[in-house]
Design a protein around this ligand. Structure first.
Ligand code: IMP
Length: 430
């Protein structure tokens, strides 16, 4: 039995939902540890196709306890809608719990996110406008409202009054919009509180109990390493850490308690929102990948920017996450490509960079240095054994392993649960 973290290796949308869904089959607990409803995990299973924004993908398995950890920012309206949607499809949500320490996204967070993006105009980050920046800013500024606050109406009212007083000053004076009503928010959030009360608990002790009694725990990340506020393409990043290290903090575990860290990478790169992406293809190849892979934001519907695999960024992601192995997804998208490029270095002025720059302005100027590999001319969607994959596909994976200095454990060859091929796979639950 073990604790496994599953994290995104690129700019999010790598297919973590599918990998978590696969591993959750034999897990006892799945804990989401960061982000908020800016994330969208698509899962295709016998119940249908679902996009989960907050609820861990383990919810489809009746024996799995699902936790939304303290590191997640929760929009209660989104959570309740998601629960109702699952219940409508006959999925039991009775094993879902949320941390009393998780911060709540309030109406002023989403409003401020929107107003701030409008104000930035051409310099906008391209956020999902779900209130993520403002809610995590309030968390560290020590003025946030947490799920546990909903359990004590008087305390909640006092905290909300104090927070709203300042937010309304900002809204009216800085952005010149109407103030928000204390009574309306209070009543609305008390109703949410009533519905969510049975789920709210000190999940740290629930997770601790599972770990100390030898249960299998999966830590489910959101977004990807290159959106990390410290190590990503700052300021074009999200506002909570998507790294495996955040799995400890966002669930309430110590670093020594994580046994394995799986990084999910797409066979190519994609990014949604603004910010540098050296391998972006603004041509028919990029468009072809986008259409074939349905690369449109699961949360916002925005078209994703697509490009060749960036091994410089990928290597950095392996290092900062301390990855044990990789799940490579969407390899089938390359079926029929005459050749496939991989970025192995960046050219910056007269220099060749092999490490990921810390400055987004430098990365913006970087030109990719490519290596070109042979493509394969057959469909791999029905293949279930590594040895039966075309030689070129195996060579492509082998080259990625060399460039990233990390083994590939699994490769996904289509959206369905069954479309997975073990590569150097060792099940974490043996
Ligand atoms: P925010 O997290 O909504 O503040 O957005 C900040 C940046 O992160 C924007 O570029 C978003 O497009 C990006 N982002 C946030 N969540 C996701 C995700 O789940 N997948 C991909 N990009 C994301």
């Amino acid at each position: 039995m073990a604790v496994i973290a599953v994290v995104g290796g690129q700019w999010g949308d790598e297919g973590k939902g599918k990998v978590v869904d696969l591993l959750a089959e034999r897990a006892d607990m799945v804990v989401r540890f960061s982000g908020g409803d800016n994330a969208g995990h698509t899962v295709v299973n016998p119940y249908g196709e679902f996009t989960l924004h907050l609820i861990p993908s383990g919810i489809f398995y009746p024996r799995v306890t699902c936790i939304i950890g303290n590191g997640v920012a929760i929009n209660p309206a989104v959570l309740l809608t998601e629960m109702q949607e699952l219940q409508k499809h006959g999925i039991d949500t009775g094993r879902l719990f949320i941390s009393d320490r998780a911060h709540l996204i309030m109406p002023y967070h989403t409003l401020l996110d929107e107003l701030e993006e409008e104000r930035r105009s051409k310099g906008a980050i391209g956020t999902t406008r779900k209130g993520i920046g403002p809610v995590f800013a309030d968390k560290v500024a020590r003025v946030g409202i947490r799920a546990g606050d909903l359990l004590d109406k008087d305390m909640f009212r006092n905290r909300l009054r104090a927070a709203l007083e300042f937010k309304n000053t900002v809204l009216t004076k800085a952005y010149e919009v109407s103030p928000l009503s204390l009574e309306e928010i209070y009543d609305q959030y008390c109703r949410y509180g009533q519905q969510l009360a049975p789920l709210i608990r000190d999940t740290t002790s629930t997770v601790r109990e599972a770990v100390t009694t030898g249960h299998s725990v999966l830590l489910e990340g959101a977004q990807g390493a290159l959106l990390d506020p410290d190590f990503g393409t700052y300021p074009y990043v999200t506002s909570s850490s998507p790294l495996a290290g955040a799995g400890c903090i966002g669930a309430g575990l110590g670093p020594r308690e994580i046994d394995r860290v799986m990084g999910v990478f797409k066979a190519y790169n994609s990014r949604v929102g603004a910010g540098p992406m050296p391998t972006e293809l603004k041509d028919e190849v990029g468009n072809f990948i986008r259409e074939k892979a349905r690369e449109y934001g699961a949360t916002t519907g925005r078209p994703r920017r697509c490009g060749w695999f960036d091994a410089v960024a990928g290597r950095f992601s392996v290092q900062i996450n301390g990855l044990s192995d990789i799940a490579l997804t969407h390899l089938d998208i390359y079926d029929g490509f005459p050749s496939i490029k991989v970025c192995t270095a960046y050219r910056f002025n007269d220099e060749v960079l092999t490490s990921f720059p810390s400055d987004a302005a430098v990365l913006e100027e970087c030109q990719p240095v490519y290596e070109e590999l042979d493509g394969w001319q057959q469909s791999i969607g029905e293949t279930r054994e590594f040895d039966r994959l075309p030689t070129e596909a195996r060579d492509y994976m082998s080259r990625l392993e060399d460039l990233l200095s990390c083994p590939i454990g699994l490769v996904s060859v289509g959206p369905d649960r069954k479309q997975i091929v073990p590569v150097k796979w060792i099940s974490p639950w043996e």
